[in-house]
Design a protein around this ligand. Sequence first.
Ligand code: MSP
Length: 470
Amino acid sequence: MMKKYLTTAIPYVNGAPHIGHAMDYCLADTYARYQRLIGNEVRFQVGTDEHGNKIFAKAKELNIPVQEYVDANSDKFKEFIKKLGVEYTDFIRTTDESHEKRCQEIWRKLKDHIYSAKYEGWYCTGCERFITEKEYEENGGICPDHQKPYERLAEENYYYRLADFKEQIRKAIESDEILILPEFRKKEVLKLLDDAPDVSISRPRAQLTWGVPVPDDDSQVMYVWMDALSNYITVLGYPDEDISDWWPAAAEFVGKDILRFHAILWPAILLGLGLPLPKVLVSHGMVLSNGQKMSKSIGNVIDPVEVLGRHGVDAFRYFFLRHIDTFADSDFTWEKFEDAYNNELANDLGNLVQRLATLAHKNGIRAEGIEISLPEEYRELMDKFEFSRAFDYAWEKVNAINRRIDDEKPWSLAKNGETEKLNSVMKSLVAELLEVNEMLKPFLPNATSKISEIFAGEIVPPETPLFPKN
Ligand code: MSP
C-alpha cells in the first residue's frame, strides 16, 4: 500500500462557487477514489483562499465585516464540496490561525532568499498578480480576463529571489521530476520561466490590510499567493510536524489559468525550504458556459447547486468527468447536460441495469464466484490522469454489453429451454457489468454502490429506475 497526498486549488471566497470550481474537486476525487480502489491510502486536501484585496474590496462593497463575509462564503464551498460527494480528509482556510502562524514560520525559513526593494509596475487585483511591462503592452493595459485596466503601483515590497532557483526548476520540469500534464503545457511554463523576474511577495499594509502580517515588519503584509500556496504543506502541519509521510504530493490539481504559480513560484518556495517537489501538476481546462467564459456581466454564470439539484450528484459528475474534457476547454449548456443524462446515463446504463437484473431474477441467476479486475487499458488511462478517456473506455463497455444482450437474446434461450447456454450467457453478462461497475466507481459513487447491491448474490431488479427521467 502506498500513501498518496492529493491537493486542489483553494478558491477565492469573493462569491459563491460556480460550475468551473467543480473541476478540481471532480478530478481529484475521482483520482482519490481510484487510488483507494487499487489499495492505496489517500490524504486529500481542499479549502478556501480568503485573503487579498479582491476579497477585501468585495466585502467592503457589500458592507459586510470581512471575517463574516469569508466565513459565509467558505461555508458555501464546504457545503458544495460535500454535495459533490468529495471524500476529502482536510479542509483548510487561509484565515485559520494555525495556517497564518505557519506561513510566518515559512517566511522566516526563506529569509536568505528575501530582500526588500521598490516595486514600480502594474498589478491586476482580479488575478491578484503583478503584471510585467511586456504583458501590459501585449494586453493594451487591460486585463483580458477581468476587462479592467491594470493598476499602477509604486511601493516598497519584499522580493523572493527566484533567480536562486530558476535552473533547478527548469531541470525539474524538463526531466519530469515535476510532471506537468498535459504535456503541451510544459513548453509554455518553460517559456514563462525564462522571462520570470524575482517575485514581489508582500504589499505595504497601507495597500493591503487583509492578509498575513510579514513577521518582524509591521508595515508589510504577505502577497496573497505566498500565503495561499503554503496551504498545501501547512495543512499537513509544516513546519511544526514532520510531513514526510505525505509530502511530496502525488498530484496537485489546478486550472490552466493558475499553472504558472504552481509550476514556478511554488517550486521556488519548496526549494527554498529544502522540501521535495510535487510529483505531478494536473492542469485542467476551463468550463465555458454557452461557449463563453463565465462572467457576471455576461450573465452566463451557472450555479452548480442548481445543476446538482436537477438529477443529483452522479449526473453532475458524469457530465463534468466525461463530457468536459480533462485537459481542454469544454462547454456546459443545459441542453448538453440533459441529453447526456437522458440518452447516456438513463438509457445506456440505467436501462441496462434494469434489463439485466430483471432477466437474471426471472431465470434464477445468482452473482456468485465472479472475480473482477480492472482492465489494463483503463488503469493506464487513470494512471495518466486521462479521466475523460478512461470514462469513455468504460462507457464503450456499457454499450458493448447492451449490444451483446440484443445479439444473444437470453429471453429466446429461456423460451427454447436452452438452460445451460442461458446460464453461461447470463453469468458472463453479469460479470461484464460488474467489471464496468468497478471501472465506474471512481466516477459515479452512488449509482455504482446501488449496482453492487443489486448484483450481490441474489439479483433483484431495482424498484425505481437508477436514473429516473423527468
Ligand atoms: N485562489 C486561487 C487558487 C490558490 S491555490 C493555492 C484561485 N482561485 S479561483 O477561485 O480563481 O480558482 C480556483 C480553481 O478553480 C482554480 O483551479 C481555477 O482554475 C478553477 N476555475 C475557476 N474558474 C474555472 C472555470 N471556468 N473552469 C474550470 N476551472 C475553473 O485561482
